[in-house]
Design a protein. Structure first.
Length: 223
């Protein structure tokens, strides 16, 4: 079953984005000594409908037993395999501002199979500084470091104006997966996968959702 999950490549992107949420919920169940969980309980913990949960897990070939539910340990193994968490993923962080430093020092990555192995910055005054146990390297060393360390994922934590140049450098270094924290859209070649996390945008969305009546009124007046 686990092997089948690993080889599937037709899982919808929206489903993939929910799999880590299901995994964390299952890991919490395991820590509490729960060995089986119903789709209703797991869905509630993940914040989705039971029908959505069952549909998502069916893409992995996982089907709960009516009246019995899902085997927690088995489903954890299937999700971990599908998400590639049985491998160690070397990560490089580019940009040692406040966010980059926090990401570099975050110990939670290692528990999920992601290991920060290199840090980069353009500022000569920052290069050589030790952050999270690693010396910050100049951008000129990105390509040899990527080859030497087998960097699989690049994290961009630079200002927006530098993001595309950094992305281009990562691609040139052979990095094919990029997590972008800069508030900028990236132009990437085919075969390079990217995810963007725009913190300001997420805050704007939350602010909008917190005041729906006021926003609706203001929009109406503006019209």
């Amino acid at each position: 079953m686990v092997g089948a999950a690993v080889t599937r490549r037709d899982i919808p992107a929206a489903t993939v984005s929910r799999l880590p949420v299901y995994l964390r919920a299952l890991q919490d169940c395991a820590r509490r000594g729960v060995t089986r969980v119903s789709s209703e309980e797991l869905a509630a913990r993940a914040g989705v409908r039971p029908t959505q949960l069952r549909k998502d897990l069916s893409h992995l070939g996982s089907h709960g037993v009516r009246g019995v539910g899902y085997d927690v340990a088995r489903l954890i193994a299937e999700l971990s395999s599908a998400l590639g968490l049985h491998h160690a993923w070397p990560v490089a962080v580019v940009g040692m501002g406040n966010l980059g430093r926090a990401l570099a020092a975050y110990s939670g990555f290692a528990t999920e199979g992601f290991h920060v192995v290199a840090l980069f910055d353009r500022d000569p005054e920052v290069v050589g500084e030790i952050i999270g146990g690693h010396a910050v390297l100049p951008m000129s060393e990105l390509v040899p470091a990527a080859t030497r360390l087998g960097i699989a994922i690049g994290v961009i934590a630079t200002p927006a104006g530098s993001a595309q140049d950094v992305a281009d450098a990562l691609v040139s270094a052979g990095v094919r997966a990029i997590l972008n924290f800069a508030p900028a859209a990236l132009s990437l070649p085919e075969g390079v996968t990217s995810r963007s996390v725009d913190l300001a945008t997420e805050l704007h969305v939350l602010a909008f959702m917190r005041q729906p009546e006021r926003v609706g009124t203001d929009v109406g007046r503006a019209g």
